[in-house]
Design a protein around this ligand. Structure first.
Ligand SMILES: NC(=O)c1ccc[n+]([C@@H]2O[C@H](COP(=O)([O-])OP(=O)(O)OC[C@H]3O[C@@H](n4cnc5c(N)ncnc54)[C@H](O)[C@@H]3O)[C@@H](O)[C@H]2O)c1
Length: 336
């Protein structure tokens, strides 16, 4: 298939490269000229294990190219992914300015039927907004598919090539079939491609990230109580995670969750709940716990030195929100 990916960041670059790896013709587009110039020279602007080799190989074999020319790239493609950033607005909602601008560029360059895929994390109702926007600007035929991304920075290439599941949100069977065909090589080992409505797909991404954030806040709260009562959180963690209903993943105590996704997605889900008159109390508590958790290590240091921190030099090992990534957006250490 001929694919265009708008936004060549952690998601767009990995997705575009992996689609090329499976035999598609992919153009990755970005507004950032330096990024595209670097990529055209084989320099990868982010750190992601395994990505450089894949980019260079697919570029050499002519399946993967990079461009700043959105309109021409859209016109040449059958499936267009929007993978631009959707950061937090001041009120906590997802800021869709860049996303809707990308959708405008698509609508102004639809020279025939195309599938527009919302890959960015966007709130419920965004697919409907994109559809309305495109309809208001063109007579051309199109479908809007919601296809949230679940890759994890640090293992993004593996996650994309072998996803636990692929979520495809659309009411149109033909659009679903095209997307299922595109993703078929990624799920050869039998992981599911889940077909649902656009709204359910949008909601799935926020529910997944908010649940994972809640697990982290839960174990951090337990760890804090362990410390007070003299229990060992590592023993407790092992004691609970051997229960298959609880599971052994993602229950490690630490300085709180961070990164470019959990904090903003939790806030955006809380805002969606608020806007619909539906309080999200568990998730609100997860966010509150996370705020205090980020301060905890600092408070401990303050206590240890009896608040005499002036003139002291501290070394901090591990600045990003997790290993194997250079992404410093919203890392807990930034709070310091
Ligand atoms: N980073 C992750 O681990 C991750 C995982 C799953 C989902 N997501 C979601 O995917 C989306 C993208 O995240 P990211 O981390 O890849 O962002 P990013 O900031 O790394 O990359 C976004 C890129 O889009 C470019 N851009 C903005 N507007 C554009 C336009 N109109 N045309 C072309 N390029 C444009 C920017 O210059 C930037 O390079 C977000 O919604 C995020 O929540 C991220």
């Amino acid at each position: 298939m001929r694919i265009c990916v708008l936004g060549t960041g952690y998601v767009g670059l990995v997705a575009g490269t992996c689609f090329a790896e499976n035999g598609n013709d992919v153009i990755c587009v970005d507004l950032n000229k330096e990024k595209i110039e670097a990529l055209n020279k084989g320099q990868i602007p982010i750190y992601e294990p395994g990505l450089t080799d894949l980019v260079v190989r697919n570029q050499k074999e002519g399946r993967l190219s990079f461009s700043t020319d959105g309109p021409a790239s859209i016109q040449k493609s059958e499936v267009i992914f929007i993978a631009v950033g959707t950061p937090s607005s001041t009120d906590g909602s997802a800021d869709l300015e860049l996303f809707m601008k990308a959708a405008e560029t698509i609508s102004d360059n639809l020279n025939g039927y195309k599938i527009v895929v919302n890959k960015s994390t966007v709130p419920v109702g965004t697919a409907a907004k994109v559809e309305k926007l495109i309809r208001s600007r063109t007579q051309a035929e199109f479908d809007v598919v919601s296809n949230p991304e679940f890759l994890k920075e640090g293992t993004a290439v593996d996650d994309f090539l072998k996803p636990d599941r692929v979520v495809i949100g659309t009411a149109k069977e033909s659009a679903y079939k095209t997307m299922a065909q595109l993703y078929a090589p990624f799920v050869r080992q039998g992981n599911p491609i889940l077909w649902m409505s656009n709204v359910s797909a949008e909601m799935t991404k926020y529910a997944a990230n908010s649940f994972l954030a809640t697990k982290i806040s839960f174990i951090n709260e337990i760890a804090n109580l362990c410390e007070v009562v003299g229990a060992d959180i590592e023993s407790v963690r092992k004691g609970i995670t051997t229960d298959v209903r609880i599971g052994k993943h993602f229950l490690y105590a630490g300085v709180g969750y961070g990164g470019s996704c959990f904090p903003k997605d939790v806030k955006a889900l809380l805002k969606t709940g608020h806007d619909h008159g539906q309080p999200m109390e568990v998730i609100a508590a997860a966010e509150t716990v996370n705020q205090t958790q980020k301060e905890l290590l600092f408070r401990k240091i303050e206590r240890h030195f009896d608040k005499h921190l002036k003139g002291k030099t501290f070394a901090i090992w591990g600045l990003s929100f997790k290993p194997n990534t250079d992404d410093m957006r919203d890392a807990p250490m930034r709070w310091w």
